[in-house]
Design a protein around this ligand. Structure first.
Ligand code: EPU
Length: 431
């Protein structure tokens, strides 16, 4: 028996919710504390499983980590960090472990990291990281399990990313802060989480400028100091909550959410017919007759891939036909299969899906394939008739800070319970 999310139909969710800090900002910011010796403090840290995983990784390296879950404050003392090795146990748990590569190279001129495995989102290689570190002079030796990186001195230079990879931008950026001379990252990712990292690094004493349209210019300094930094709000949690209100025909107010950061996403909600107010935070009042809208995922400021699955739930119940094109990942449509089992009408062809609106979804036992799919299936459960059992609680826990409590606050009937069917039976049932 394993624990699952059990969701009973809960229409008309209503209320006001405070935002957590962004998981995808805090993970890289935790890695960035390695760039300075001493105690750094991160505030507004979500108590998600990945934060605990990254804490364990930093402890493996020799850091002292103290997380006060009540005040959401994470204290990281890097004074005694003396290891440059990330074990495969850590790497398997979380691909974001690769984000210590840049800081370790800057600090020790060496790093030994286990290779991140493939995952349900596709192969997810790290070639952009490797190729660009090689240009900075790093030599890589790879065996079956480990990647050894070593450099005598990091060399600054202009780098061009073939794709604006979030992780590659962050890794190179962090290493470049302590690299003598000027490093330029052309075609860099400029996700809000990358901008929040830049803000933190600047407070640490780094010299970083952004040149439009998408170049980051870093002038290396010889030393960085520890920092106190408040993590940016989680736009993906905010998007999930807005969609929870939208699909259940309710209303929601998120006082800490910054509408500028979610502009493209909010535009699509308005196109569906929902009312959005953005004078102070974000407020949504749902329409009772949502219309189909098409989306194409893109690096920021395009439609976020991390809200594609959630949006698909809204599209399932909208009038007309929506088209979803996933351009960031090669395999991020597994939730469509589960939604079809619940009564949706989705045809998946490669990385595109055609979603024809239906009148209702039916609750049943479903299996989440990744962090975002777990949340999307919870949203589907809120609007589906009867009870939905979402297996994959560990995915949900990795990405969100007790989001089920925020949904409860809005009136949702959701709790953690035991799975009634064996996982193997469940997988067999729809394979
Ligand atoms: N890619 C490569 N080679 C590389 C790096 C990336 O081919 O060296 C490909 C990936 O396979 C993927 C695409 O490029 O198809 C985008 O990858 P990117 O490097 O931009 O993503 P990431 O840094 O691995 C972060 C988030 C993801 C989010 C993506 C895109 C963190 C910890 N993770 O991943 O978040 O989907 O950016 O915005 O910041 C999630 O939170 O659920 C999640 C998956």
């Amino acid at each position: 028996m394993s624990n699952s999310l059990i969701v009973n139909q809960s229409l008309n969710l209503k209320g006001r919710v405070n935002s957590s800090g962004a998981k995808n900002a805090v993970l890289v910011e935790m890695a960035a504390t390695l760039l300075a010796d001493g105690v750094s403090i991160l505030k507004n840290v979500p108590a998600s499983e990945d934060v605990f995983n990254m804490s364990a990784l930093l402890q493996d390296l020799g850091a002292k980590v103290d997380f006060d879950i009540i005040s959401k404050t994470l204290k990281i003392d890097t004074t005694l960090v003396d290891s440059y090795q990330v074990t495969s146990e850590r790497m398997k748990k979380m691909r974001a472990s690769i984000l210590v590569l840049g800081p370790l190279l800057a600090k020790f001129l060496r790093a030994r990291v286990a290779l991140p495995g493939g995952c349900t989102l596709g192969a997810r290689p790290i070639d952009y990281h490797i190729k660009n570190f090689q240009k900075l002079g790093v030599q890589f030796l790879q065996n079956e399990d480990f990647l050894d990186a070593v450099v005598q001195k990091l060399n600054s230079r202009d780098l061009f990313l073939d794709y604006p990879s979030v992780g590659a931008t962050e890794n190179i950026l962090m290493a470049a802060t302590l690299t003598e001379g000027v490093t330029k990252i052309i075609n860099a990712a400029l996700e809000p989480e990358v901008l929040d990292l830049i803000c933190m690094l600047q407070k640490m004493g780094a010299s970083i400028k952004i040149q439009l349209p998408a170049t980051i210019v870093i002038e290396g300094v010889s030393v960085l100091r520890p920092v106190t930094h408040e993590v940016v709000f989680d736009r993906l949690e905010a998007g999930s909550l807005l969609l929870a209100a939208a699909i259940t025909g309710g209303s929601i107010y998120l006082p800490q959410a910054d509408a500028n950061i979610l502009e493209g996403f909010l535009y699509k909600l308005v196109e569906m017919g929902h009312e959005i107010k953005t004078s102070n935070g974000i407020e949504l009042i749902a329409t009772s007759e949502p219309k189909a809208v098409s989306i194409k995922t893109h690096p920021y400021p395009g439609f976020p891939t991390d809200l594609q699955a959630h949006m698909m739930v809204a599209q399932c119940l909208a009038e007309g036909t929506s088209v979803v094109e996933e351009t960031v990942y090669e395999n991020r449509m597994l939730h469509a299969h589960e939604l079809n089992r619940m009564g949706a009408n989705i045809k998946v062809t490669g990385n595109s899906a055609t979603v024809t609106g239906v009148k209702k979804l039916q609750g049943m036992q479903v299996l989440a394939s990744d962090i975002r799919a777990s949340c999307a299936l919870v949203l589907a459960g809120l609007v589906a008739q009867g009870t939905t059992v979402v297996e994959g609680l560990h995915h949900f826990r990795r990405g969100y800070d007790a989001l089920e409590n925020k949904l409860k606050q809005l009136g949702a009937d959701i709790y953690i319970g035991e799975l009634s069917e064996k996982r193997e039976d469940l997988i067999e049932k729809y394979n």
